[in-house]
Design a protein. Structure first.
Length: 335
């Protein structure tokens, strides 16, 4: 049936049953909207697996197969692109393009930032239901978008560009205390403007704008690929514009209040406690012990924590696995 063997059908069946069981189990533990959008209470093991899931998803196998067919063994880098990030999956999960992270983040943004302010003081069950409906709508929109793409590789490149764009405001806000709301908006809007400006914008057969058609003849040869601006140079242009604009606007706008900053960074360095209860999103549970601030650059606006001993060990172990994978494939390639 559909070219599948018995083993394929058994594996798919077990996978679907396992996912359904996890869904039922997790649904019973969700009591408040914070449990649905910020599931700290599910424990470290589930959060670790969510981090890996956010960085490893089903479309990568298709991308690797496609590029390996056209480019040979170098196509493996469509998968290995994320290997340098393996030790940071816990941090990059919110900005990765996999469906689970995107679905939860989008439904949370809609429910908490748009729906709840318009219709406040509703029950927790009401907001959970709204979040689930929004999540289904996001997945449906993703399916519709996927069927309109010319191919898997084109879709991957779009996701890479958007993910990189959204990362700028995230990283600046996380590591630089002087980042402001206006700076975040400037980073995002100007970055997207430059990305669109350096692209081809078309509706069907009608081309509204084609950067390469207008300027490719004036660009140096090393910036071009197949007669148009290459993707790496395009990303360098809009990421550079977004980064510079975010820093400049932040320096000339009112800083975020110190109380909000302290609350935010306290959240980032306070570990999850077993069975903790959160009254509202982005707050610490009652009685939480906030670790002392240990900064690599003290007395500056840069917020880079000194890593703990277990963090360093975990990082080195992750790097070791990455090196082993690369060496194993290298050994196979040279035969």
């Amino acid at each position: 049936m559909f070219g599948l063997q018995i083993a394929d059908i058994v594996v798919l069946g077990l996978y679907l049953l396992g996912m359904a069981a996890i869904g039922v189990w997790s649904a019973r533990k969700i009591k408040k909207s914070a449990d649905f959008f910020m599931p700290r209470r599910f424990g470290k093991a589930m959060m670790v697996m969510f981090g890996f899931g956010a960085g490893t998803h089903s479309d990568q196998a298709v991308g690797v197969a496609s590029k390996s067919f056209t480019n040979g063994l170098s196509g493996i880098w469509y998968q290995w692109l994320w290997l340098p990030c393996a030790s940071f999956y816990w941090l990059i999960a919110p900005v990765m393009s996999s469906c689970d992270a995107f679905m939860i983040a989008s439904s949370a943004l809609f429910t908490e930032n748009i729906y709840r302010p318009i219709w406040p003081d509703r029950s927790q069950r009401h907001y959970i239901t709204v979040g689930r409906i929004a999540a289904v709508a996001v997945v449906f929109g993703g399916v519709v978008f996927a069927f309109r793409l010319p191919g898997v590789v084109a879709g991957l490149e779009i996701f890479w560009k958007i993910s990189a764009m959204m990362c700028l405001a995230f990283w600046l806000g996380l590591f630089w205390r002087r980042m402001t709301v206006a700076g975040a908006w400037a980073t995002t809007l100007i970055g997207f403007f430059v990305m669109l400006f350096t692209s081809e914008i078309a509706f069907g057969e009608y081309v509204l704008w084609d950067f390469s058609g207008h300027f490719a003849k004036d660009l140096p040869g090393f910036m071009l690929l197949e007669g148009g601006l290459s993707l790496p140079w395009q990303m360098l242009f809009y990421l550079g514009a977004g980064l510079i604009s975010g820093i400049a606007v932040s320096l000339f706008t009112k800083p975020v209040s110190e109380a909000k900053l302290e609350n935010f960074y306290a959240l980032t360095r306070t570990p999850i406690a077993p069975g903790e209860q959160i009254e509202s999103p982005c707050t610490l549970p009652a009685g939480a012990v906030i670790p002392q601030r240990r900064n690599v650059f003290p007395n500056t606006s840069l917020e880079m924590a000194i890593p703990s001993r277990i963090s360093i060990i975990g990082f080195l172990v992750g790097r070791g696995f990455v090196a082993a994978i690369v060496y194993a494939v290298y050994t196979i390639a040279i035969g």
